[in-house]
Design a protein around this ligand. Structure first.
Ligand code: GLA
Length: 397
């Protein structure tokens, strides 16, 4: 909550902060591992946030304190390095390095960070922290990022408010934050998480075209989005994610394409012999998944919830059998969801190899669905899991 982060700031730095920003987490609705293949994804920003309160300092240093970690972090803007003992601060530092690279002029600051985003639940707290950092610096030292560099800085109105970010500025900020994660944190993620945190709209699903870098919007399905964390490992920095990226890139090369986005399923099938088994499987998933996103968008616009939900189930099967980034726990969660009559669709969401499932559940039966999932998951695994209901909110500001 904003009050929590303000209190944390005051407790640590002895005064009230001058600025407060918030960046939401995101939920990948459909389009698994399509973003870095320049494909299409459906996603939403959700009502769980990173809050960041900040005030300027004059000594060129940055002091960070987080409600989730005991040790504060202090570093100089002239010497930003990763600190293995405070990996959480790397998301902030990575963004500051990218701002410096683009010659944004900013000074040091104090910042307090508080999150209502559960870590490891597949809601991308990392992208939200990156986005919150970039927006905090924009408040402290206003700048305008364009696709090619820097524009004239925005002017605050008489009340000191900056003009809202344009869609183009939001996209440029998303690219900066992704670069921070790729280069400083060392996670080779695509652009889904950062775009989702920046470009969300209340009650709208984003249709992100990761090649054109554009975002379209469609009304959210008339059902409730419930996240079920598997409570098992979710380590994007581990080798698995990178390995999938490499397999997809190799498959595209073999098929004579720059990215799998421009490949069709019949082409993958016809050229099976030229691909290794893993390249074939990954290409099969990605190409099929992009087609599924197109079909699902159509179902969404037609208000055909049942069909939309079927695409979610199909996506899970494709991730499980072809991309092979599911786990026994994620498969179990999808199976349990499928057995509940009010569940319209369910699939693993995000990177995979642990993390969470997204479930599309009829309004009238949400409480019953959640109770069923908790009881059955505990019965099978011994793990006490609490599902989260997600509301679809607007992007960071
Ligand atoms: C993670 C990455 C995203 C995307 C998803 C899978 O969340 O950060 O860029 O690749 O996995 O769709």
């Amino acid at each position: 909550m904003p009050a929590d982060v303000q209190a944390l700031f005051k407790k640590h730095f002895g005064q009230a902060p001058t600025h407060l920003v918030q960046a939401p987490g995101r939920l990948e609705v459909l389009g698994n591992h399509t973003d870095y293949n320049h494909g299409l994804v459906l996603s939403v920003a959700v009502d769980k946030y990173i809050f960041l309160a900040a005030s300027p300092r004059t000594d060129g240093k940055v002091a960070l304190v987080s409600s989730a970690f005991a040790r504060p972090e202090l570093f100089s803007l002239s010497d930003i390095r990763p600190d293995p003992a405070a990996a959480w601060a790397n998301y902030v530092k990575g963004v500051l390095v990218q701002l410096q690279k683009r010659r944004v002029n900013f000074s040091g600051f104090n910042a307090a960070i508080h999150s209502t985003l559960p870590m490891g639940a597949g809601l991308s707290s990392s992208a939200a922290l990156e986005v919150a950092t970039a927006l905090a610096v924009r408040r402290l030292s206003p700048f305008t990022l364009t696709a090619t560099g820097l524009g004239p800085p925005p002017r605050p109105d008489p009340r000191g408010q900056l003009p809202p970010l344009t869609p183009a500025e939001r996209m440029a900020l998303a690219q900066l934050c992704r670069a921070a994660e790729n280069e400083f944190v060392g996670v080779p993620c695509g652009i889904l998480d950062q775009v989702s945190s920046l470009c969300g709209k209340p009650a709208q699903v984003m249709e992100i075209d990761c090649a054109a870098l554009t975002v379209g919007y469609a009304p959210v399905p008339g059902a409730v989005l419930v996240v079920c964390p598997s409570l098992t490992q979710h380590a994007l920095a581990g080798g698995e994610y990178k390995e999938l990226r490499e397999q997809c890139a190799a498959a595209a090369r073999q098929l004579g394409a720059k990215f799998l986005r421009t490949v069709e399923l019949k082409q993958v099938q016809a050229n099976k012999a030229r691909l290794t088994q893993r390249e074939f499987e990954c290409a099969h998933h990605v190409v099929g998944e992009i087609a599924r996103v197109v079909a699902a968008e159509r179902a969404l616009r037609a208000g055909d919830l049942e069909q939309f939900g079927q695409y979610l189930f199909q996506s899970h099967e494709s991730s499980r059998d072809f991309l092979r980034n599911s786990t026994p726990e994620l498969d179990l969660l999808v199976r349990l969801a499928r057995h509940h009559p009010a569940c319209l669709g369910a699939r693993l969401t995000g990177g995979g190899f642990g993390g969470a499932t997204i479930n599309l559940v009829q309004h009238h039966a949400v409480a019953g669905f959640m109770a069923h999932m908790m009881a059955q998951y505990e019965k099978s695994t011994g793990l006490k899991m609490t599902p989260l209901v997600c509301q679809v909110v607007g992007g960071a500001n």
